[in-house]
Design a protein around this ligand. Structure first.
Ligand code: CTP
Length: 419
């Protein structure tokens, strides 16, 4: 079967053509492989361009980039190389290889192989297809394991029975693809997956590596809640370290409310996984947060926000009084980071949520136009009192909404005069 490569975006089409022509020049074969092939057949957009070469990819790339404006980042251990084009486009070139897993969860021992062997080392049949990009087979779909049939039958199927034992991250990947595409994990594969869960193959893998694959559910998938629900049903959430079922109502609220906040640029798409994590870890105490932070090697920012997220009840309590000035809301919220603010915003009752919205949309942007020097010129000595006056001025500005510098000076004079 021939695949029409003109479906690719023009920029990518050119890159694929250039690499194909270089492969012709060097007398080797090159193939598009993995997610991009699957997504071309599904007529979906893919963000990664992966190319397999039946030759050493690093040497191939060294010759290819000569005279071109492309940065080359080689990874000699796996004989792969990333090409970075101006404008940030990244293409991964891989030396076709076979892999042997010395024991479950260990990194595989790799050696050069054929395309067929390279496809066989992959997770699922739908990800184990290639499209030739040069020579006589240009455009031809290479599908030795029935990936296209499974794609049409909407099935996730492993290539061999050891797959989940070799690499436990495939448990997460199976569920991620199943939920993303609305497919079903084929019955034999599901049996193997359940066995792998019962046998705790997850324990054979470094927690941080497993967690990295897990966070793709939170950062990339259209509905993390669907995939998390399925994981939970299969008993595959234990690795997070809690026997309790996650609070799915809370996670639903996040999934429902977050797109609007991202659209309005209140928070960024990149913070999505962190905000979901706050939902998943909401039942922990601070010792629990420290435990997961070190087990999964989470960054300082993640740790800090997870800890801030634990203050939700206290913050909601402080924002619950019937009368609150805007400046009082500001005082409660000013030290929170955006992800924790957003998490709290999405999971409190609407009345308190509105107060947080006010802060997110307006309050947090209010700044004084005059500074310490201006106050000194008005006669305030440097020191603690100066800071207090600045604070009082800011509170008044937030509550009264004035905007000019002249008004700030007038108000400052008034405050100083009251001394
Ligand atoms: N792969 C694998 N086993 C893994 C990870 C990756 O076999 N544990 C293979 C699959 O062939 C996959 C390819 O490497 O298609 C690229 O991996 P990745 O970029 O993680 O997956 P994509 O299929 O591109 O998924 P996504 O659309 O989520 O980026």
């Amino acid at each position: 079967m021939k695949i029409n490569l003109s479906q690719l975006a023009p920029r990518w089409r050119k890159i694929v053509r250039d690499i194909g022509q270089e492969a012709d020049r060097q007398g080797v074969f090159a193939y598009l492989v993995g997610g991009i092939v699957r997504d071309l057949l599904l007529k979906r957009k893919d963000l990664d361009l992966d190319i397999v070469l039946e030759t050493d990819a690093i040497e191939f790339a060294r010759k290819f980039v000569q005279g071109r404006d492309i940065r080359l980042i080689p990874y000699s251990e796996f004989r792969t190389v990333s090409l970075e084009y101006p404008g940030g486009i990244r293409v991964d070139l891989v030396t076709a290889r076979k892999e042997v897993y010395p024991r479950s969860g260990a990194l595989p021992v790799v050696s050069p192989g054929t395309l067929q062997e390279d496809l066989f080392r992959r997770d699922f049949t739908i990800n184990a297809m290639a499209i030739a990009i040069n020579g006589d087979r240009l455009g031809e779909l290479i599908d030795p394991y029935g990936g296209h049939r499974d794609l049409k039958g909407k099935r996730i199927r492993v290539l061999h029975d050891q797959s989940f034992v070799d690499d436990a991250t495939r448990i997460l990947r199976a569920i991620r693809f199943e939920q993303r595409f609305g497919f079903r994990i084929d019955s034999h594969t599901l049996k193997l997956l359940r066995e792998a869960i019962v046998k705790n193959v997850v324990d054979n893998i470094k927690p941080a590596r497993y967690f990295e694959e897990f966070s793709k559910i939170l950062s990339k998938e259209p509905s993390p809640v669907k995939a998390l629900t399925r994981l939970s049903q299969l008993g595959a959430m234990q690795f997070l370290g809690s026997k309790k079922r996650p609070d799915f109502r809370l996670l639903q609220k996040i999934e429902k409310g977050l797109p609007r906040l991202i659209k309005n640029k209140i928070c960024q798409w990149q913070d999505r996984d962190l905000i979901f994590l706050m939902g998943l870890f909401a039942g922990l105490d601070s010792a629990g947060v420290e435990r997961v932070t070190s087990r999964f090697q989470l960054s300082r920012r993640y740790r800090e926000n997870l800890i801030l997220g634990l203050q939700k009840r206290k913050i909601a309590g402080e924002l619950n009084s019937s009368r609150l000035r805007r400046s009082q809301i500001y005082e409660v919220l000013k030290s929170l980071d955006i992800p924790s603010l957003v998490f709290i915003r999405l999971t409190v009752v609407p009345r308190i949520g509105k107060r947080i919205d006010q802060f997110l949309l307006h309050g947090r942007y209010v700044k004084l136009k005059i500074d310490g020097k201006d106050l000194q010129r008005l006669g305030v000595a440097p020191g603690k009192r100066l800071g207090e006056i600045q604070n009082l001025l800011l509170q008044r500005k937030i509550d009264q909404g004035w905007s000019t510098r002249a008004e700030e000076i007038r108000q400052a004079r008034q405050l100083i005069g009251q001394e």
